[in-house]
Design a protein around this ligand. Structure first.
Ligand code: 2P0
Length: 339
């Protein structure tokens, strides 16, 4: 066995141990049904950018998101003669990285079906909207598995499992605002989402597709690279607690200006960490900068609108229903979401 295989086997063993720790005695349950589940996508207002444990996807800091309502993933799992993934109506080749990621995840669970699993998944994320689908995909997958195995896990337990598939997925088990607690335990059992006891019916998220081209960096690789090489990474760790405090206070007061300033500042700080990495990670295009300038110009003219950005060139606008008409008039192409 080569060194890389050893590391791979050790990582898989740690991940399987984490799954067993969550399932407890339910780890012996056999899959015996089919089930369907839905999970919303989410957008972080304070970002997750950097892991303290790559294998278990344990973050360095807390993060905080808002769910995206009708934007998400519906997944059906059935027992089948062999493993098969269908995505948005088309069969995905088994060697496709999307399929291997799903079936590597399913392989973490102790009792496998005799044949395999057919996973039929549909994203209501308009692929053109620039919203990552892995968060809602792994949250929906875990929810569907819970039905197939009959575990009856709590949302919190499902959040721990979803995190092993994709970090941000642990925030997609709830609607509304969710804080991902980084946790302290080396096994990650205390690293999961937690819903905030708050709602904000007037809040809107506007999805603005700036550039639909392929990304140069996968977000997981980009965050590891930033942590290893960006001289601004340590400053990022100092910024996050302040922004979490600001965003939580803004949500409690339904203060869009306070929310917008903190969320926009946090996204720009994350991108500054990326620009300073060596070599740099730049998701921005000329069109991104132009869009940012348009948002600033709108604000200078009195439209209360802010933006956030993730690991890509696209913007998500943050505003309230009171500004909705002015936002839609300026940018008719945005997709407006009620979180
Ligand atoms: C977030 N992102 O908080 C941040 C902001 C992207 C930018 O979570 O490596 O796909 O699978 O844990 O969950 C995207 O990261 O990463 C992400 P992995 P994931 O939403």
């Amino acid at each position: 066995m080569s060194g890389a295989d050893c590391i791979g086997a050790e990582a898989a063993a740690r991940r399987r141990a984490a799954v067993r720790a969550v399932l407890g005695e339910r780890a012996t349950f056999a899959p015996r049904a089919s089930a369907v589940a839905y999970a919303c996508a989410n957008v972080a207002l304070v970002k997750y950018w950097g892991k303290r444990d790559e294998t278990l996807r344990l973050p360095e800091t807390d993060s905080l998101s808002v769910s995206l309502g009708r934007i998400g993933t519906e997944t059906r799992i059935e027992l089948a003669d062999g493993d098969e993934l269908r995505l948005n109506g088309a069969r995905v080749a088994p060697e496709d990285p999307v399929a291997t990621r799903v079936f590597d995840f399913l392989a973490l669970f102790p009792v496998r079906p005799a044949g395999g699993f057919r996973v039929v998944t549909t994203n209501t994320v308009p692929t053109a909207a620039g919203v990552a689908s892995s968060a809602s995909a792994f949250a929906a997958l875990v929810r569907a598995l819970d039905g197939v195995y009959g575990w009856r896990l709590s949302e919190r337990e499902m959040s721990v499992l979803a995190r092993l598939g994709s970090g941000s997925a642990c925030r997609s088990l709830w609607r509304g605002f969710v804080r991902w607690r980084r946790g302290e335990r080396p096994d990650g059992l205390d690293s999961h989402g937690e819903p905030l006891d708050a709602n904000w019916p007037q809040l809107r998220v506007g999805l603005w597709l700036v550039d639909g081209g392929a990304k140069a960096w996968r977000s997981g690789d980009a965050m590891a690279h930033c942590r290893a090489t960006s001289p601004l990474y340590r400053a990022w760790l100092d910024v996050v607690p302040t922004d979490l405090h600001e965003v939580e206070a803004a949500i409690a007061q339904r203060d869009i200006e306070r929310l917008g300033r903190a969320a926009e500042g946090n996204a720009l700080a994350m991108h500054a960490v990326m620009w300073a990495a060596r070599p740099p990670v730049r998701y921005w295009t000329a069109a991104t900068l132009e869009a940012v300038r348009e948002v600033e110009a709108a604000r200078a003219e009195g439209v209360p609108v802010w933006f956030t950005m993730d690991a890509g060139p696209n913007l998500k606008l943050l505003y309230e229903t009171g500004a909705g008409a002015r936002v839609r008039e300026r940018w008719p192409h945005i997709e407006e979401i009620e979180p």
